[in-house]
Write a protein that binds this ligand. Sequence first.
Ligand code: SAM
Length: 157
Amino acid sequence: MVAAAVEAGLPDGPVLELACGRSGSALALAAIGRAVTAVDISDVALGQLAVEARRRGLAARVECVLADASSYPVVRSRYAFVLATFYWDERAFRAACAGVRPGGLLGWEALAAGPGACGPYRIRHGELGARLPADFVVLDERQPDGRSTRLLARRQP
Ligand SMILES: C[S@@+](CC[C@H](N)C(=O)[O-])C[C@H]1O[C@@H](n2cnc3c(N)ncnc32)[C@H](O)[C@@H]1O
C-alpha cells in the first residue's frame, strides 16, 4: 500500500493509519520522513510498534494512539494519506475519507466478502470504491490475492 501511494504521488503532509497493528506501513512512511499517527485498539500491538520505531530511530515521527478506530475523532481534511490494511469498519472508513486533504490519498485494504466468506470485517470487492465520497477518484481497486480487496483513491484537489 505504501509503495503504491508513493508511486501514485503522495503530497506533503502527515499520515494517519487506522488499525495499524505492528505496522510496517507506519514505519516505512516514517522512514521516508512522514509524521504518522498510528491508531489501534491493541496496546500490545502499539507497544510493539513503538519499540520498533525507537529501534529504527523513528520514534519522533510515529505517534501511537490507543483508540477505537470506529470512533476515533479524525481531523477533517488534515492528512496527506489515510490508510488502513486488513481492517473494515464503515464508520472508520467514512471518517478516513473525511480526514484526507484535497489532493491527498486514501488507501484501504480489507478481507473480501464472497461465497463462503462473510462477516462484519469483510466487504465485497468494488464496495470500497462505491462508498467513496463524490470528490474522490479511484486510482486502483483490485483483489491482490482473491482474499482481500484493496483501494487506492485520491481526493480531488
Ligand atoms: C489483521 S490486523 C491488521 C494490522 C495491520 N493493519 C496490518 O495490515 O498488518 C487488525 C488490526 O486491527 C486492530 N483493530 C481491530 N479492531 C479495531 C478497532 N475497533 N479500532 C482500532 N483497531 C482495531 C487490531 O488490534 C489489529 O491490530
